[in-house]
Design a protein around this ligand. Sequence first.
Ligand SMILES: Nc1ncnc2c1ncn2[C@@H]1O[C@H](COP(=O)(O)OP(=O)(O)OP(=O)(O)O)[C@@H](O)[C@H]1O
Length: 211
Amino acid sequence: MKPLPVELDSLACERDQRELFASLSLRLEPGEILQVAGPNGSGKTSLLRIMAGLLPASAGEIHYGGRSVFHGAGQEDWRRHRLFIGHAPAVKGALTAEENLSWLCALSEPVAVEAIWQALEQVGLRGFEDIPCHNLSAGQHRRVALARLYLERHPVWILDEPFTAIDKAGVAALEKHIVKHAALGGMVIMTTHHGLEHLPGVRQLDMGQLN
Ligand SMILES: Nc1ncnc2c1ncn2[C@@H]1O[C@H](COP(=O)(O)OP(=O)(O)OP(=O)(O)O)[C@@H](O)[C@H]1O
């Protein structure tokens, strides 16, 4: 799947009758990495959830390849192209890492168990496949969710605080994977309080400067 340009057009978000942002317009091209930065409460997660289709915008539009992602065929297409990993990853504690990934991936495309093992190896969890996730540490729990980035083939990644609870070596490996995804033409939109200045070509959107 090839990514297409993403356009935010006069996007606005209101929560609890408070305007978080308004008139947000930007265009993202394939190969771009966008870091959504800003203070706590400035609306970073809200923006990502709107982009993922999990929260309605109060005004404005998002287009993917020229079609609205809010309804119709454009919405279907967007769902197949984007992968959202929230800051509270959808990993179920009672299931093992392997079961979680098998279930999460099946929502878009079933994957072979060997591929799951390889992805778990990539995130340093080989040997932990059969342990219920509630017995994993916070960082290991997050790594189970991040293993999806090695398994699924969505061209657009929307990642909310992907580095939370991840150790130094894990952060370096994930940064490398993100840069590689963009270099291959993928697109990454992420929030993080972690500095990314050392990575090539990262664009910043400062939510604290919008209003
Ligand atoms: N479920 C919710 N219902 C109502 N308001 C919410 C909800 N979640 C967040 N908000 C409000 O929206 C505002 C922005 O929250 P959001 O999580 O988007 O900020 P953020 O920039 O991601 O913050 P942080 O850096 O702390 O993660 C906050 O003031 C918060 O009170």
